[in-house]
Design a protein around this ligand. Structure first.
Ligand code: SF4
Ligand code: SF4
Length: 97
């Protein structure tokens, strides 16, 4: 499930615009209003300029305490797995431009 950090969110609206399944809606702050439409593509996480979105991994992968953060680093897209706030695994995928 997508989770938002409202302390970090700068209310830019990018997550709502980028979501291919229109699962995010923004009134004041963004929320996953149509959770059943989210297919966990991580586009909103990767594009958020504030790093304010994470994917809370479901029990069949880790459990609800594991979270995934995705961001760009030069030519790589980096996926970090967090457990209780600490990075426990990291994957880098080189992106062809
Ligand atoms: S993209 Fe990130 S900073 Fe912008 S509104 Fe969404 S959560 Fe907030
Ligand atoms: S993970 Fe993908 S489908 Fe789910 S809310 Fe983010 S952009 Fe939309």
């Amino acid at each position: 499930m997508i989770v938002f950090d409202y302390d970090a969110c700068i209310k830019c609206g990018k997550c709502e615009k980028i979501c291919p399944s229109l699962a995010i809606a923004i009134d004041d702050y963004p929320e996953l209003r149509y959770a059943d439409k989210c297919w966990h593509c991580c586009a909103c996480i990767k594009e958020c300029p504030a790093g304010a979105i994470r994917l809370r991994l479901p029990p069949h992968i880790g459990d609800q305490r594991y979270e995934l953060l995705a961001f760009e680093d030069g030519k790589d897209v980096v996926y970090q797995v967090f457990f209780e706030g600490n990075v426990v695994d990291e994957m880098r995928i080189r992106v062809r431009r």
